[in-house]
Design a protein around this ligand. Sequence first.
Ligand code: CA
Length: 259
Amino acid sequence: MLAGPLPRGARCAPALAIQAGFSAASARLGHAGAVRVLVVEDEKRLAAGLRKGLEAEGFAVDVALDGTDGLWFAREQAYDAIVLDIMLPGVNGYRVCSTLREEGNWTPILMLTAKNGDWDEAEALDTGADDYLTKPFSFVVLVARLRALIRRGTPERPAVLSADDLRLDPATRRVWRGDSEIELTAREASVLEYLLARVGQVVSKREVLNHVWDYDFEGDPNIVEVYVRRLRNKLDRPFGRASLETVRGAGYRLSADGA
Ligand code: CA
C-alpha cells in the first residue's frame, strides 16, 4: 500500500516540487494515462537530459535533484517507476530506496550506480531496488529496462517468513526470535531469507551461494559456512536453540519447529 499524502503543512513542498507539480498536472492533462516516472538525479544536465528523453518516449516525468525531494515526490504521487541515482546530496539513493520499502512503497526502482563507486550492485539490490544500471549508460538501454520493470508492475508486499518463533519480514529485512529483534547485516538476512523460504528442506552450499551471491561468484564457497555460523550465533545460541542444522555432505536445513 502506498503511504498517504503528508498532512497539510507537515513539510513545505520544495520550490522544485511545486514547479514540477504544475508540469505534472499539465502532463496528465496532455497525456491521459501516461506512464509516470520519477527521476532522482543530482547531476542537473543528466537529469534534464533524462526528462527530455523520457518525455519524448511518452512518459510523464517528475525530476527531483536530491534524496529529500525524491522521497517527498515518491510519497506524494503514485509512479509507475522510479529512476534513482545512488550518490545524492542529503539522503542518498540507498536510503531513499530502503525508506520507501520500509514504508510499504513497492514502486519498481531502477538504480543508477557509479562505476567504481562506493556502492556495488549487490548493495543496490539489497536495499530493495529492482534493477540497476552502471553509469555511464546508454539511454536506449535505460528505456528498455524501465519498460521491462513497468510491465512487471508493482509487486505485492511479500509475506513475513517464519519458522516457529523465528520471523523475517522481507519488506523491511527485520528479524525477530520471539519478541527479541535481531540485528542482521544485509547479507546475513539474505541467507536467512533463502533458508526460511525453504524451511524443513535441505539446501546445498552451492544453492545458497548462487542465490545470495552472484552467479559468477568465484570466491571460496566456504563463505556460506561463515554466514551460517554467524546466523547460529545470533539466532540460535543466545536462545538455547539449534534450528540451523548441518546435513553432512548435503548442506543445511532450517528446522520448522525451531528446536
Ligand atoms: Ca549523483
